[in-house]
Design a protein around this ligand. Structure first.
Ligand code: NAP
Length: 285
């Protein structure tokens, strides 16, 4: 059980996390929210019973764990404004002038721990998480990373929050977060692009929009679930539906002629490079 937690930013991702925690009956004993939007604060107060603040201030910062859930481009200003509240840096003794050590969980894409530590202070225990949009319906997948050996409690708390919105795994190197961003962070957009293309093609073949949508969504869902439940790798599952000279073989031959695997590799490697580039841009600030 988390004793005290403050969310900084109460938008889509933070609401998904808090909604998931509430559903899983893992709400913290004391919940605080900092968000400049009065509408967001009202929702968090009504829905989750959070004590809400428009700005970081001593009471808001007192929680043992913080979740930083603002947009990446808002992160630097947020961290500097928390750090400016020096009085709130010590969770056990808010009057102490010693910087305290909070568990700081950031969900911001592409913001490295070195940047957070530079803006917020080096005394905290940082955990970086990369969830993806299906977290909004409790079906996300999140990679977590910490740049120092964490004690079990920090690790359990961070993972227990992420487990409320789907599955999670730890990566050992921060550079792997660029790969995670390219695979699962941006991944839903690739699947949506595939859906768009398949639905368009289905309609070109004479199906109604509604039928095309149902067929495509259920095919992607069914194939994903089959891949998860089967002991066979995707290549073998593909071979099982591909008879020589049949319809699937005809379609796959078109994919291969266009270097399908090469296209996917180039796209993911471009996304990973862009993630690294955006993080470097932050570090230069
Ligand atoms: N949405 C996703 O599926 C997803 C997936 C993976 C990772 N993430 C990460 O999650 C983070 C949040 O994304 P989101 O989609 O939830 O964004 P969002 O809906 O825009 O929520 C961010 C919230 O933070 C508020 N905010 C801005 N500056 C603040 C400050 N200084 N102090 C406190 N609150 C502040 C914003 O208020 P204003 O609107 O007034 O600025 C807004 O309510 C991002 O860093 C993103 O990379 C999101």
């Amino acid at each position: 059980m988390i004793e005290s937690l403050t969310f900084f930013g109460g938008g889509n991702m933070a609401s998904a996390l808090m909604g998931g925690m509430q559903k899983a009956k893992r709400s913290p004993e004391t919940l605080r929210l900092v968000d400049p939007d009065a509408r967001v604060r009202q929702i968090w107060s009504d829905r989750y019973g959070a004590a809400c603040f428009p700005n970081p201030e001593e009471a808001a910062c007192r929680s043992e764990y913080w979740v930083l859930a603002v947009k990446p481009q808002q992160m630097r200003d947020l961290c500097l404004s928390i750090a400016a509240q020096e009085i709130c840096l010590h969770p056990e003794d808010p009057r102490s002038e010693q910087p305290g050590s909070h568990g700081v969980i950031s969900v911001a894409a592409g913001v490295r721990i070195a940047s957070l530590a530079q803006w917020l202070g080096a005394s905290h225990r940082y955990i970086r998480c990369m969830p993806n949009t299906p977290a909004l319906i409790g079906r996300g997948v999140t990679a977590l990373y910490a740049d120092q050996p964490l004690d079990d409690r920090d690790k359990t708390i961070a993972q227990s929050i992420m487990d409320c919105v789907g599955k999670s795994l730890w990566v050992l190197e921060e550079v792997a977060m660029d790969a995670v961003t390219a695979v699962s962070g941006s991944g839903p957009a690739y699947v949506f692009r595939m859906m768009e293309a398949m639905q368009d093609a289905a309609q070109d073949l004479g199906l109604s929009a509604a039928d095309a949508r149902l067929l495509v969504i259920e095919t992607l869902r069914g194939a994903s679930e089959l891949a998860e439940q089967s002991a066979l790798p995707p290549a073998q599952l593909r071979e099982q539906v591909t008879s020589k000279g049949g319809t699937t073989a005809a379609a796959l031959a078109v994919f291969e002629a266009e270097d399908f695997s090469g296209l996917i590799k180039r796209a993911l490697s471009r996304a990973a490079a862009r993630s690294a580039e955006l993080a470097r841009h932050d570090e230069a600030k």
